[in-house]
Design a protein. Structure first.
Length: 103
């Protein structure tokens, strides 16, 4: 199945403690149905000091379920994603405005 949400998409959180906040997807795990969004669903993780990092209590973005985020359209509102054929290429489009998401 084609991915409706991909890395780099600007999304808005629909449910949870960060409801209404927006961010950019940094990674997607389609098998688990989760995505990591920059600055959203932050948790404090204690890490041990090493040669590369200082260590201590470090904030880390945790995965959020794909059902709790939606892509942001040109108007800044949450929208669902559909697929259509543009010539011989399959592209994603915003259901609210009809605009093509993929260039």
């Amino acid at each position: 199945m084609a991915a409706k949400l991909r890395k780099g998409d600007k999304v808005i959180v629909l449910a949870g403690k960060d409801k209404g906040r927006t961010g950019t997807i940094s990674s997607v795990d389609p098998k688990a149905g989760k995505a990591v969004v920059d600055g959203i669903n932050m948790a404090i993780r204690a890490t041990r000091q090493s040669q590369n990092s200082q260590g201590g209590r470090i904030p880390k973005a945790m995965p959020i379920d794909l059902s709790n985020i939606a892509i942001v359209d040109a108007n800044g509102k949450a929208t669902r994603v559909g697929f259509k054929m543009d010539g011989d290429k399959k592209v994603r489009f915003a259901k609210t405005t009809g605009d093509v998401i993929d260039a």
